[in-house]
Design a protein around this ligand. Structure first.
Ligand code: SF4
Length: 355
């Protein structure tokens, strides 16, 4: 037995016992060799299939308000001072948002994520989003709605729950120890407070991370265990899209095998959480996306907030080829992206959405 196999055995035992795994064992997953990669994937896949069977949850993003954010998150194409060539527009009307959401639902999504750039909503914004939630649910009964509006002030999480939101997303993004390296306008503690507020209001807490920002293995493990400590229901794992015109434009640190190790580590740290393959999967996982589906049980369908994803039909083909089944309506199957392409379709344009 190698040291890696010993670590995987301890991680499996911790998962079986419902115990918090050791950080050192999770770091061993991240530092595994290419020859050990499929052992790592298999250990994570056992947990994925135990908790979620062969299902894949499809989520669909609607960017209610794009760009021009006053915050300075270094990774973000919508940040203060960003020169990235992304769409910029103010709030979509509830009808416009519902139309976008309906396209995603028709493509198979069972959750719609309503996102707005900015530090956080005003109370008026919360009411506006409430109207949008109602319009989305009216057009697509049964769909789950997750709001992602930034930092919440007292009472706003409860109000969103009253207005029909099912979930709230606010990502931790990186480790507490290094949070100041990626943002100066708010803190890790601010983000934790919002996740806790959402949870306390009865919203399903969704919070994830971004890999590829120059973090150490210990940082990735720290944020994965931090998410476990917050008892979040769903964990989007994003891989940095280094947009030109942002401080991280030249950070191309990831490769497909590194991405698989990161996903496996997050799964082993959070065995029963919905682990969602999020932005950057086409760019960084490329042909290994199918392998990633053995670890994650959830993906975003279609486009991301400011970048284009692969065709929804290609996602559905990927899922079908792996013998997996989307949660929600059925769709039919049918490339590999080599560069970040700013989104030019869907919300904020006159072009049909990618769904
Ligand atoms: S991540 Fe959110 S808060 Fe940070 S700059 Fe981007 S839109 Fe603003």
């Amino acid at each position: 037995m190698t040291a890696l196999h010993d670590a995987l055995e301890r991680l499996s035992a911790a998962a079986d016992a419902g115990e918090v795994p050791a950080a050192a064992d999770l770091e061993a997953v991240l530092s595994s060799t290419d020859a050990e990669l499929m052992d790592v994937v298999a250990a994570a896949a056992r947990l994925r299939f135990r908790h979620f069977g062969n299902t894949v949850k499809l989520n669909y993003l609607v960017n209610l308000k794009s760009g021009l954010c006053p915050e300075d998150c270094n990774y973000c194409s919508q940040r203060l001072g960003s020169k990235a060539d992304v769409l910029k527009y103010t709030w979509l009307t509830p009808e416009q948002a519902a139309e976008q959401a309906a396209a995603g639902v028709a493509g198979g999504a069972s959750r719609v994520c309503l996102v707005a750039s900015g530090r956080g909503p005003t109370d008026m914004d919360v009411e506006r989003v409430g109207k949008t939630i109602a319009a989305v649910k009216n057009a697509a009964p049964g769909v789950e709605v997750c709001a992602c509006l930034g930092l919440l002030k007292d009472g706003q999480a409860e109000r969103l729950a009253d207005l029909g939101a099912d979930a709230y997303n606010h990502n931790l993004n990186t480790a507490e120890e290094t949070y100041a390296d990626i943002c100066s306008t708010h803190t890790f503690a601010d983000r934790v407070d919002t996740v806790n507020a959402a949870h306390g209001a009865g919203l399903s807490p969704c919070s994830g991370l971004i890999a590829g920002m120059g973090e150490r293995d210990a940082d990735l493990v720290s944020v994965a265990l931090g998410l476990r400590g917050l008892d979040v229901d769903s964990i989007p794992v994003n891989f940095l899209l280094p947009f030109e015109g942002t401080p991280m434009e030249s950070k191309w640190d990831l490769d497909p095998r590194r991405c698989l190790r990161i996903l496996a580590m997050v799964r082993l740290a959070n065995p029963s959480a919905e682990v969602r393959l999020a932005a950057g999967r086409e760019v960084h996982l490329r042909t290994m996306q199918a392998t990633a589906l053995q670890i994650v049980n959830s993906i975003f369908l279609g486009d991301y907030l400011t970048s284009e994803g692969q065709a929804a039909k290609d996602d559905l083909a990927l899922i079908a080829d792996a013998g997996l089944v989307p949660l929600g309506p059925e769709s039919a199957p049918e490339a590999v992206r080599e560069a970040v392409r700013p989104r030019r379709r869907g919300a904020g344009t006159d072009v049909a959405p990618n769904a």
